[in-house]
Design a protein around this ligand. Structure first.
Ligand code: GTP
Ligand code: MG
Length: 282
């Protein structure tokens, strides 16, 4: 049987997490139209008759903002590259190849591991994918190139087959029903954080984290206790909103998605706290 790790790397927002979810057919990683959604290394295993590929989602490389969070995320992505069997380098053809892309490519270029180039967002009109040819001209540095849409799940099968083909023989890493390193608390927190990314703009998404303290399954309802931790009192006020309007909106969006996935009613107890040290724990 084939077995191994295939890592998804690239700039922030190119669609790595969307691709991870599409590859395994279930939502494991949170996604957002805002940069820097992913902050952790997330595994999702794909089992096929030929073997198992464990896809690794990583924080996107983001060079515009110099802050502690960004520095930590880049370090995590770099560390995750160690010991992988295949690199899937994901690019967004709507964005120009600039310093950030060259820096990102520089992280993997020298690695002696099979590399696949994924030019994502093929569902968008050609006129939006202005830089397609520029990325495609890198083809000779890669073992394979795929033009696909992670969002629409189009042209995904050839990528799966290629990854499996590039893996060596070995035992599967994830067995029984387990396909991910993500536990219920983490996953629930990510869904809530995803909703905060979609409700708030500017600095709020980058000034907070979510932690789930308790998940209790009762006969016909899940009772979930979670906290949003944020840097400053003024962000706490923004997150709560006038008369609690904003936090209510976040809570409702998260609850709806959680109920759908868990197939059960959810009571979500969501609090906001100031914690200046949350970044240290990322
Ligand atoms: N049109 C289109 N949009 C896509 C596609 N794949 C991802 N997106 C969108 O691109 C945005 C970023 O997607 P993510 O999957 O969160 O990107 P990421 O690379 O994981 O981002 P970070 O976690 O910040 O590094 C979201 O709005 C997605 O819906 C695609 O194939 N087509
Ligand atoms: Mg991501």
């Amino acid at each position: 049987m084939k077995s191994g790790f295939a890592i998804l790397v690239g700039r922030s927002n190119v669609g790595k997490s969307t691709l991870l979810n599409t590859l395994v057919g279930t939502k494991i990683a949170a996604t957002s139209f805002r940069a820097q959604m992913t902050r952790d290394i997330i595994h999702a295993a794909l089992n096929t008759p030929e073997g198992q590929a464990v896809f690794i989602d990583t924080p996107g490389i983001f060079k515009d903002k110099k802050n502690r969070l960004t520095g930590k995320l880049i370090e995590k992505a770099k560390e995750a590259l160690e010991g992988v069997d295949v690199i899937i380098y994901v690019v967004d053809p709507t964005r120009e190849i600039g310093d950030e892309e060259r820096y990102t490519y520089g992280l993997i270029r020298h690695l002696d591991v099979p590399k696949i180039l994924v030019i994502n967002k093929s569902d968008l009109h050609k006129s939006e994918r202005k830089h397609y040819e520029a990325y495609e001209s890198w083809a000779e540095d890669f073992d394979a190139v795929f033009n696909l849409s992670a969002l629409r799940a189009s042209h995904i099968e050839p990528l799966k087959s290629k990854v499996i083909e590039l893996l060596s023989e070995g035992e599967p890493m994830y067995i029984d029903q387990q396909i991910t390193n993500v536990n219920d608390h983490f996953w629930t927190a990510e869904i809530i954080r995803e909703k905060i990314f979609s409700v708030f703009d500017k600095e709020v998404p980058y000034s907070m984290t979510v932690t789930v303290d308790n998940i209790e399954e009762k006969k016909d309802i899940f009772v979930i206790e979670a906290r949003i931790l944020t840097d400053q009192e003024r962000y706490k006020k923004l997150i709560i909103g006038k008369g609690g309007q904003k936090i209510k909106e976040v809570g409702q969006m998260a609850r709806r998605e959680l109920e759908q996935s868990l197939n059960k009613k959810v009571f979500l107890d969501l609090e906001v706290e100031v914690d200046k040290h949350w970044v240290e724990r990322v």
